[in-house]
Design a protein around this ligand. Structure first.
Ligand SMILES: Nc1ncnc2c1ncn2[C@@H]1O[C@H](COP(=O)(O)OP(=O)(O)OP(=O)(O)O)[C@@H](O)[C@H]1O
Ligand SMILES: [Mg+2]
Length: 216
């Protein structure tokens, strides 16, 4: 049995694309021929969004979902018989600690703002000793300057920032609501910009696959 590679999607901030990122990555890392080999653990017990997104799907998913009531128990993720484990973490470093400890890589969704608030800084402090990479999400279409500044500031602080980023498209919310992942041709035919949303997460997946923490 090979040990799974584990990605925790975590931020101390709410509403910044954790569940969307975890669900899209589970789709990309998933295998339609063996959906049980990719497990998305919904560890956000207060708000089971990843489970809801999964249950809403109108098509077969290439991954399985497991809901964890007690995120402090997540050390067992290491022993799952799976290739990939993606954890949608609760937005608290105390509650998410076991998930953060077991992860090979922590992906930190990050929305750049001109005056970045304390939660983002605290999130990155809590991760300083753990392998992590920041993912810019919900990147606004006229926010080039703010994003470039935020990227520079993080890189100056020696924080790894993924080159790929996720732009802001309503397609993500629409796709979740109708139960058609943005990656599907039928979603791209019916939902404006679903193709762009899909392209963004496809680039994130490609970049993650090449990181040393995730290659075996
Ligand atoms: N790139 C994006 N562009 C536009 N909307 C997005 C994007 N990513 C996510 N959303 C939407 O924003 C809302 C919040 O996203 P999501 O649920 O992924 O965030 P979260 O960090 O998991 O939130 P929570 O703290 O509630 O768990 C959802 O309605 C989602 O569909
Ligand atoms: Mg969520």
């Amino acid at each position: 049995m090979t040990k799974p590679r584990i990605i925790a999607v975590y931020s101390g901030k709410g509403g910044i694309g954790k569940t969307t990122t975890a669900s899209c990555l589970a789709w990309k890392f998933g295998n339609p021929a063996a959906p049980e080999r990719t497990v998305l653990i919904d560890a956000n017990a207060r708000q089971r969004s990843a489970t809801v997104v999964y249950e809403q799907l109108q098509v077969d998913a290439p991954y399985a979902v497991a809901t964890e009531e007690d995120p402090r128990k997540l050390a067992y993720a290491r022993d799952l018989d799976a290739d990939w484990v993606i954890i949608d973490c609760p937005p608290s470093d105390l509650e998410a600690a076991a998930a953060l400890d077991v992860a090979d890589l922590i992906v930190v969704p990050y929305v750049a703002r001109w005056l970045e608030d304390e939660a983002a800084a605290l999130t990155l402090q809590a991760l300083a000793t753990r392998p992590h990479a920041v993912l810019f999400t919900m990147v606004g279409h006229n926010k080039g300057r703010v994003n470039a500044q935020a990227r520079d500031a993080l890189q100056d602080a020696d924080v790894r920032v993924l080159k790929a980023h996720v732009r802001r498209y309503d397609a993500h919310e629409t796709a979740q609501a109708v139960g058609l992942p943005v990656f599907l041709p039928e979603a791209q035919a019916a939902i404006d910009n679903a193709d762009r949303g899909a392209a963004d997460y496809t680039a994130v997946h490609t970049e993650l696959l090449a990181l040393p923490e995730l290659s075996r």
